[in-house]
Design a protein around this ligand. Structure first.
Ligand code: HEC
Ligand code: HEC
Length: 337
């Protein structure tokens, strides 16, 4: 009797286990079938006018700072990063578990060597929807969810036109091995874009908002939740970045709070801060062991126009001041005496 009961309980457990497993398999297959909810790549054939390519150059190398991830760095420099102009778009290693990342992360080669077989529409879709040629969702370190989703279609086309003109770079970086559940999670992150029209300079604040979002200022200067999504007070800073030589940098509070944010920074001082970090200025600094570095791609942004930097400043002034003190540089503990 007892024994029979035990057996049936055991059998029920096995059946329940099998049913659960089947459910999980069905659920995961359903996720793979239904997500990502991304439409077919747009049917595009860009004529790539010289104006479009010049615009893409400005966007890639300065305004959107794509160069910051997709180009190898020369020696890490204090306060900024110097990108190897001879290898634009060749990609680079961005960090790994030692820097708190889930795996070794690579921003891939996006020169014609790598994207030669992609259509214009497939490159367009990768930038704003976050899937590769075959529809595989991209790891969201590529800031498509919070920065590029709203990009003006004319800006995206200029980028694609420019990418086609990059010198081919015969570099193959290792494939990323993202641990579960990240590849599944990314299926919910990649989705169709929500394009906005880039405001013209007449509405400076609206233009500044567009630039601050698409230029990743929002993405980096807003605290993230444990899924890596910006979730804190917008632009109040505090994201932590491990630095190659040890120690950390934290993104600054960009809201107009007088004590802990940019409240006392004039427009001219704001623009000057960027101009003091051009590649030419940075090349004058000889990096020494223990110098602090920063994740912010200052050298890329330093080439933005006064009008664009001024618009970002004007927009940041309209934010509610957030009282949030941030220590932007902190040396590794063993280096603090
Ligand atoms: C913060 C770093 C970062 C920035 C900034 C960035 N990317 Fe990426 N990008 C990545 C990473 C990492 C991947 C790889 C994601 C993956 O394979 O899962 C990627 C993938 C891509 C791909 C797909 C390539 C492939 O082989 O699958 C394209 C195209 C691309 N990026 C273009 C751009 C453009 C254009 C910009 C600027 C508008 C940009 N990226 C800005 C990190 C970045
Ligand atoms: C990859 C992350 C990242 C991105 C993208 C980024 N920042 Fe930063 N930012 C930081 C970090 C980290 C610091 C603190 C260290 C330093 O000064 O570089 C910082 C500091 C600053 C400071 C200095 C504040 C002070 O009081 O010293 C300003 C101003 C600033 N960022 C503005 C911007 C703007 C505007 C954008 C967009 C165009 C932007 N940042 C994009 C990470 C980022």
């Amino acid at each position: 009797m007892q024994r029979g009961l035990m057996m049936s309980v055991g059998r029920i457990a096995i059946w329940a286990g099998a049913a659960l497993l089947a459910l999980v398999v069905v659920a995961v297959s359903a996720i793979f079938l239904v997500f990502p909810r991304v439409s077919a790549a747009p049917d595009l054939k860009l004529a790539a006018t010289p104006e479009q390519v010049a615009r893409g150059d400005y966007l890639f190398n300065h305004q959107f700072a794509c160069v910051g991830c997709h180009t190898p760095e020369l020696e890490p420099h204090r306060f900024s990063r110097l990108f190897d102009k001879a290898r634009l778009g060749a990609g680079r290693h961005m960090g790994g578990p030692a820097d708190g990342m889930p795996a070794e992360i690579y921003a891939p080669n996006i020169t014609p060597t790598a994207l030669g077989g992609w259509t214009d529409g497939e490159i367009y879709r990768a930038i704003v929807s976050g899937v590769d040629k075959d529809g595989r969702p991209l790891f969201a370190m590529m800031p498509y969810p919070s920065s590029y989703r709203i990009m003006d279609p004319e800006d995206v086309k200029a980028l694609v036109a420019y990418l086609r003109t990059l010198a081919p770079q015969p570099v193959t970086l290792p494939a990323m091995q993202l641990p579960m559940p990240i590849p599944i999670a990314m299926r919910f992150v990649a989705k169709d874009p929500a394009p906005e029209t880039r405001p013209d300079g007449k509405d400076e604040v609206a233009l500044g908002r567009y630039l601050a979002i698409t230029g990743s200022c929002f993405e980096c200067h807003t605290k993230r939740n444990d899924r890596g999504e910006p979730a804190g007070t917008p632009y109040a800073g505090g994201n932590v970045f491990a630095l190659p030589a040890g120690g950390v940098a934290r993104s600054a509070n960009l809201t107009p709070d007088a004590e802990t944010g940019l409240g006392n920074m004039t427009r001219a001082a704001f623009i000057d801060r960027f101009r003091s970090r051009t590649p030419e200025e940075m090349a004058k600094i000889a990096p020494e062991a223990g110098d602090m570095d920063t994740e912010m791609p200052w050298t890329a942004y330093s080439g933005m126009t006064d009008a664009d930097l001024g618009a970002i400043y004007a927009y940041l002034r309209t934010l509610p001041p957030a009282h949030a003190a941030v220590v932007t540089y902190e040396a590794a503990p063993e280096k603090q005496r």
